[in-house]
Write a protein that binds this ligand. Structure first.
Ligand code: ASP
Length: 435
């Protein structure tokens, strides 16, 4: 197949074109045109991805867990999965904290700029995202775990932000199916397998639209941030540039050091091959800012291109998309300390440990949707006594950082799935590409 017909090149093409179009549109005041005529294609693409996320999680997890066929295997793989997920998140948090403490981006914001930023985003911070976040403020640090358990399956299934509740239900149902006599379990298993096959086919069909969808999403992001005035983007970036650079550096270090080390030491794969295979997943995560929406493609790539067995991928990846958010945790650590620094507050070791603990819990409870990370940041800020209104400072650049941290989140999920598959002898390196 010629290179330009390969999907990942087409997605890159769409992405770059979307960026360029967004810049031209913002410079020429075509914001309205873009949101009227271009953005809807991005919305359709996002909706299609989100549409299949829930059926995919349910069908793949129930069949995935049930096909493990005995509870010992399940608890072994489950234990390993959760252990590695927590460990990588912990490392991500440490990287974030070390960087933000050493580089001190909060020290460099001039006081006038700080006031101006706070004023600009104060409204948005009190309405919109922050209002939703305010509701979470008063809850116990264990709330994410409490929220994991649904009390109504229909409510849980009807809200993509409650994906984790469905993960819980599906694992629970899968376990019960293992315990039911085989003959009785078979019809249900067959049904879910068939649903699973159908959903995977839908993913392939939706991905044909990816280049156009990604173009539209990017064009819309740029014009929305710029609000028809490109110079405002540059102003914002110069004010929050140092902070953003620290987040980006942390994400890169985590991906390059932690994930590469895991792949190098624990799998037989070449890093180059892995990086090439995972690229379309990263591009999609970047464009959609949602690990939930990216999940169907993460699973497809893990199985088809990386060679992770269906058994492992269908269990480890849906769980990862919902509970493993290294990029988000790292960003939250940097953001929390940055806000404290700009407000002239000093966070001692105890406070920083509290950040680690709350951010680990928060990343479990963070929904795999755009902007969820900044909402959970409120809990972290509250836990260390930093005024949560401080998120007003960083709201402006959050969308861009969201795109980048989501890339880290999905890369982490795929890395851990590969590691688990290798440890279980369920990795087929060099699997021939089907398409
Ligand atoms: N957008 C992120 C994700 O879906 C979550 C976040 O950090 O906002 O992975």
């Amino acid at each position: 197949m010629p290179w330009y017909k390969q999907l990942h090149w087409q997605i890159i093409f769409g992405l770059v074109l979307g960026l360029l179009f967004g810049i031209v549109a913002a410079a020429n005041g075509w914001g309205q045109f873009t949101s009227d005529w271009i953005a809807p294609f991005g919305d359709i693409f996002m909706s299609l991805l989100k549409l299949i996320a829930m059926p995919l999680v349910i069908s793949s997890l129930i069949t995935g867990v049930a096909s493990l066929s005995d509870l010992r295997k399940l608890s072994r793989i489950g234990g390993k999965t959760i252990g590695i997920y927590l460990a990588t998140t912990f490392v991500a948090l440490l990287i974030g904290l070390v960087l933000v403490n050493v580089l001190e981006p909060g020290g460099s914001v001039p006081p006038e700029m700080r006031e101006q930023l706070q004023q600009t985003y104060a409204d948005e911070a009190t309405t919109g995202q922050a209002a939703a976040a305010a509701q979470t403020e008063a809850k116990s640090p264990l709330q994410p775990i409490v929220d994991m358990v649904p009390d109504n399956i229909v409510f849980a299934a009807s809200d993509n932000r409650k994906m984790l509740q469905m993960v819980f239900f599906a694992i629970f149902a899968g376990i019960a199916l293992i315990m039911v006599p085989k003959k009785k379990a078979r019809p249900l298993l067959k049904f879910f397998r068939s649903v699973n096959d159908m959903v995977i086919k839908m993913v392939a069909i939706i991905m044909m639209m990816a280049p156009v969808g990604v173009f539209a999403l990017l064009a819309d992001v740029i014009t929305t941030i710029a609000k028809d005035d490109l110079s405002s983007v540059f102003e914002l970036i110069s004010a929050l540039g140092f902070y953003s650079a620290v987040v980006v550096a942390g994400l890169m270090i985590h991906m390059i050091l932690t994930y590469t080390a895991l792949l190098h030491f624990l799998t037989p794969l070449k890093i180059k091959d892995f990086a090439k295979a995972i690229l379309p997943v990263q591009l999609l995560a970047f464009s959609t800012s949602s690990s939930g929406a990216t999940l169907p493609v993460t699973m497809e790539v893990a199985e088809r291109d990386i060679g992770v067995s269906e058994e492992v991928s269908s269990f480890v990846l849906p769980m990862g998309a919902t509970i493993n958010m290294d990029g988000t945790a790292l960003y939250q650590a940097v953001a929390a300390v940055f806000i404290a620094q700009t407000l002239g507050m000093n966070l001692d070791i105890g406070a920083q440990l509290t950040i680690v603990f709350t951010a680990m819990l928060a990343s479990i409870g963070t929904a795999a949707v755009p902007g969820a990370g900044i909402i959970m940041l409120i809990i972290i800020l509250e836990s260390v006594g930093v005024p949560s209104g401080g998120i007003a400072l960083i709201l402006g650049v959050d969308r861009i950082l969201d795109m980048l941290r989501t890339v880290t989140n999905v890369t982490g999920d795929a890395t851990v799935a590969t590691v688990i598959a290798a440890s279980e002898g369920q990795l087929v390196p060099g699997l021939p590409h089907k398409t």
